[in-house]
Structure formats: structure tokens, C-alpha cells
Design a protein around this ligand. Structure first.
Ligand code: NAD
Length: 290
């Protein structure tokens, strides 16, 4: 059995998997591979599947499966798994880091010091304490974020049409009701037909003036140009972003927008998470062989 590592994983993973068969990262050998391991970079499209006649199992190290043609994979009898639970803490910590960085001007302050400036008077920080955090998509990552926000003394509300109740957030029945009360809005959505462009010129009108937006879910759940406008007009006071229309972005409209903290899609990239992902992959391949 040939296992192809098509994206970057923990360097110790090949050793863990050798007991199951030959392990390679040579993408030229896709046609021979029975198992393919991917993260977000490899796109398992119809064409990809057609060039992999021996493929039986695809494992996506991470959460989203929007880079896999699930319908065609099923048609071809290929099993697809992800490692859904592994990344929750890693992404929640990054969402929290972005919330703290934007609200404390960490990047702007650091840059100004490097440029020899002293802009103490211009930079006023804002506390998270007693502010309302509005979460869109109250799943695994959002739950970890809510636990951390509670420890900071924040009020937490959430909007998720598929979740009736949460131990950590007051559920709001509509997106509008969530946006109207939130000082910080953190997005934790998969990319679907319903979530694509959810934050746009219309929904931005419901935000509180001077709210902060954080996105560690999927880039296309916001309309980037509309968020840029909201930053320029002051409707949004800051934006922390980890996710893009493509990795890397073909064009980045946030370069000239005020108060934006940008991260090159590092949500899942902690060393601990890569180890957890490796353990789950080992388990899944073991089960497949059984
Ligand atoms: P999850 O499935 O546990 O949570 C997603 C939640 O979104 C679910 O509760 C679902 O009901 C809700 N949802 C779906 N459609 C909705 C809609 N139209 N409106 C409101 N809520 C809706 O997934 P998770 O593990 O918490 O991950 C969330 C997302 O984070 C993933 O889908 C992925 O896109 C993203 N993610 C990003 C990174 C990163 O590196 N930044 C890493 C992992 C995951």
C-alpha cells in the first residue's frame, strides 16, 4: 500500500505510518497511491481523482472539506475523513490572539516603535472585560473560544441556526440580533452556499459602530471589499484575519485598510495540533486496514 503525503504534516508522521506500507511525499506517484493525506493546499477535484485510479482513502488533516469533491469521491468509492476535533484549541487561541492584538494595537504599536515614533497619545487600547463577544457558528472552535472569553469577563452571545442551546453562550435567533449587540464578532463558519458572503454591505449595517471583526473560519464568508469600506468609514474599528479567498491571496485589499491584523492562515498550525492530527491519521489508517 502506498501512502502519499500531499501537504505538510508533522515531520514524525512518515515514521508513524511506515508500519502500514510505503510512505512518500512524491506527488508524481499519485497514480499508485491508495491513501492520500492532505491539508488545505491540495485540491482533490474530479481531475485529481481521475488521475488516482488506486485511491481508496483521503484524509484531510484539519476541519473543512471544501477542498475535496465529496460527491465525486463517493461516486468513485473513495472514503474521505477529516480530523475535525484536533484543531479546535489551536484555532480558538488564534482567534483570541487576534482579538487581543487588534484591540491593543499590538502590531501598529510595534511598527511605530521600529520607525522611531512615540505615538502613546494616539493609541488608546480597549479592554475585553465586560464587552460582548458575538460568535457566528457555535461549533467546536467557537466553544473553545467562548470558554476563554468567559475567563476574560466577556458576555457571550452566538448565532447558529443548527444549535439551540449552549452552556457557554446565549443563543440569538437571528444574525441581525447578534450583530446589534456585539462589540466583537468572531466568525467560525464552514464555507457553504448559505455562509458565502454572509458579512457584506447589508449585514455590516447591523454591526455596532466601532465593532471589531475577527475571521478564522473561511475567507469567502465575508465580502472583502465591503469589510474594507467599513474599516475606512470607521463602522468597523478593527479586523483580525487568518483566512483568505485563496492561499496566498491573489490580491489583498486589506493592505491599505486601517487597523487590520493579518495572519497567513496559521489557525491550525501549532506543533501540538500537527501531533494530534498525526495521531488521528494513524488511527484512521489502522481502522481502514482492519
Ligand atoms: P463545527 O462544525 O464544529 O462548527 C461550525 C458551526 O457552524 C456548526 O455549529 C454549524 O451549525 C454552524 N453553521 C453552519 N452554517 C451556519 C450558518 N449559515 N449560520 C450560522 N452557523 C452556521 O466546526 P469547527 O471545528 O468549529 O470549525 C469551524 C470552521 O473553522 C471550519 O468549518 C473551518 O472553515 C474553520 N477552520 C479554520 C481553521 C484555520 O486554520 N483558520 C482551522 C480549522 C477550521
Amino acid at each position: 500500500m502506498l501512502i502519499l503525503l500531499s501537504d505538510a504534516f508533522d515531520p514524525g508522521l512518515p515514521d508513524k505510518l511506515e508500519k502500514f506500507g510505503e510512505v512518500t511525499d512524491d506527488k508524481e506517484r499519485l497514480a499508485e497511491a491508495e491513501v492520500v493525506l492532505i491539508r488545505s493546499k491540495t485540491k482533490v477535484t474530479k481531475e485529481y481523482i481521475d488521475s488516482a485510479p488506486n485511491l481508496k482513502l483521503v484524509i484531510r488533516g484539519g476541519v473543512g472539506l471544501d477542498n475535496v469533491d465529496l460527491v465525486y469521491a463517493k461516486e468513485k468509492g473513495i472514503t474521505v475523513h477529516n480530523t475535525a476535533a484536533a484543531s479546535s484549541v489551536a484555532v480558538a487561541e488564534l482567534a483570541f490572539a487576534l482579538m487581543i492584538a487588534t484591540t491593543n494595537h499590538v502590531v501598529v504599536a510595534d511598527k511605530s516603535m521600529r520607525e522611531g515614533q512615540w505615538i502613546k497619545k494616539q493609541l488608546k487600547r480597549t479592554e475585553l472585560y465586560k464587552k460582548t463577544l458575538g460568535i457566528i457558528g457555535m461549533g467546536r472552535i467557537a466553544t473553545e473560544l467562548a470558554i476563554r472569553a468567559k475567563a476574560f469577563g466577556m458576555e457571550i452571545v452566538a448565532y447558529d441556526p443548527f444549535v439551540e442551546q449552549s452552556d457557554y453562550a446565549e443563543m440569538k435567533p437571528t444574525l441581525q440580533e447578534l450583530l446589534e449587540v456585539s462589540d466583537y464578532v468572531s466568525m467560525h463558519l464552514p464555507l457553504t452556499d448559505d455562509t458565502k458572503g454572509l458579512i457584506n454591505a447589508e449585514t455590516l449595517k447591523y454591526f455596532k459602530d466601532g465593532a471589531y471583526l475577527i475571521n478564522t473560519g473561511r475567507g469567502k464568508t465575508i465580502v472583502e471589499e465591503d469589510v474594507v469600506e467599513a474599516l475606512k468609514s470607521g463602522k468597523l474599528k478593527g479586523f483580525g484575519n487568518d483566512v483568505w479567498y485563496s492561499d496566498p491571496p491573489e490580491k489583498n485589499p486589506f493592505i491599505d485598510a486601517p487597523n487590520v491584523t493579518m495572519i497567513p492562515h496559521l489557525g491550525a498550525s501549532t506543533k501540538e495540533n500537527l501531533l494530534r492530527i498525526g495521531d488521528i491519521i494513524e488511527e484512521l489508517i489502522g481502522e481502514y486496514i482492519k
